[in-house]
Design a protein around this ligand. Sequence first.
Ligand SMILES: [Zn+2]
Length: 165
Amino acid sequence: MLNAKNPRAQARAVTLPLNAPEGLLGDFSRFYIMILLFEGPKHGYEIISKIEERLGQRASPSLVYPFLKQLEQSKIVGVQNESTGKRLRKKYSLTHKGESLCGRLFKQFTTIVSSAIEPSMSSCSHCGCRVYKDAHYEEINGRRLAFCCTYCAASYRKSARSSKR
Ligand SMILES: [Zn+2]
C-alpha cells in the first residue's frame, strides 16, 4: 500500500521493481537508469543510448519510459519540458528525494558486490589494504605472502629483516 504521508514507504515502493521477477536484465536496466540520472539530468533517448553504449545491451523504450513515468509519479524525478521546434522533449532529473533514494540503493548494491567479491580478495601483508585479483606475491621467510604492490613487499621484507636481528 502506498502511503502518501510516509515518504519512506513510497521510496520502498519504488525500489520494488528491482526485485520483481521480470528478468534480471530489466531490473538491472532500471538500476542503471538510476545511476545515469544520478550523474545528471537526461532526456529519455539519452538514457536509452547510454545504456546501449555502456552496457552493450539494448534498452527497450517500453521499459525505460514507463519506468521514468513511475519515477515521476513517485516524485523521484522531476520533469522539465523543453521545446525544440515542434517537438516537446522531457528532461528528467532527480529530486532531492530521488538523490537520497540513490544513496540508499548504491549503498545496498556496494554491500552486495563486496560480499560477492570478498572470497577472491586478499589483504596486503604490509599495509593491510584489500586487494582484488592482482595481488603481488612474494616468498618471505618461507611464507608466500600477498602484497598490494612491490613497495609494500619491499618495506615488509626490510622490517622482517630488522625484526629478526
Ligand atoms: Zn600494501
